[in-house]
Design a protein. Structure first.
Length: 189
């Protein structure tokens, strides 16, 4: 039993010593072979007022001189080619938010639209002999669209921009004998 414990302690001590030796050696090699900090000079141009930046599909490389880590040699610098920064172009596709699609009539429905990032166009689709009322408020409580009644098969209501929050109330005004999917209201961007 004593020899087992002694062997275990020897292995444990050798493991700890090996760990610290490995860590010290790694730090020494990193410090020895890493390039010293230096100043990189990148040529810059200031765009004229008539220049419009356009995204390119193949960026041109930038050539810069990097100091060599060779000691005692005649090499004074090494050229390295780095790709130019990519231009990122984001596009937003058509977004349709269905606020309500219902077969229930009569209705009185209230909803909110949050985190709006662009103009929204409200559109509707109705069955014959049906109508609904729509009211839209901004975050501060101002009415952007007063209680207005809409009828007919379909149409565009209004485009609202410059807001990041809307509160919407939808109320049925007249119902038909068959109300299957009688109202669809969307906000589109």
């Amino acid at each position: 039993m004593k020899s087992f414990i002694a062997g275990f302690l020897v292995i444990l001590i050798l493991g700890i010593a090996g760990f610290f030796t490995f860590k010290a050696t790694t730090n020494y090699l990193v410090k020895t072979f890493s390039p010293s900090p230096s100043t990189y000079v990148f040529p810059t141009t200031s765009p004229s007022e008539s220049t419009i930046p356009t995204p390119t599909s193949t960026p041109t490389p930038i050539v810069e001189t990097v100091p060599s880590t060779t000691k005692g040699g005649v090499v004074k610098g090494v050229s390295a080619i780095k790709p130019a920064p990519k231009t990122i172009v984001t596009t937003t596709s058509h977004l349709t938010l269905t606020l309500i699609k219902t077969s229930v009539c009569p209705i009185s429905y209230m909803t909110e639209i949050k985190d709006i990032t662009g103009p929204l166009t409200f559109r509707y689709s109705l069955k014959e002999n049906t109508s609904f009322g729509l009211t839209i408020w901004a975050k501060d409580g101002n009415e952007l669209l007063q209680n207005t009644t809409y009828s007919g098969n379909s149409g565009s209501i209004k485009t609202i921009s410059g807001v990041d929050y809307l509160k919407v109330r939808i109320e049925s005004k007249s119902c038909a004998s068959n109300n299957d999917n009688w109202l669809t209201l969307t906000a589109e961007r």
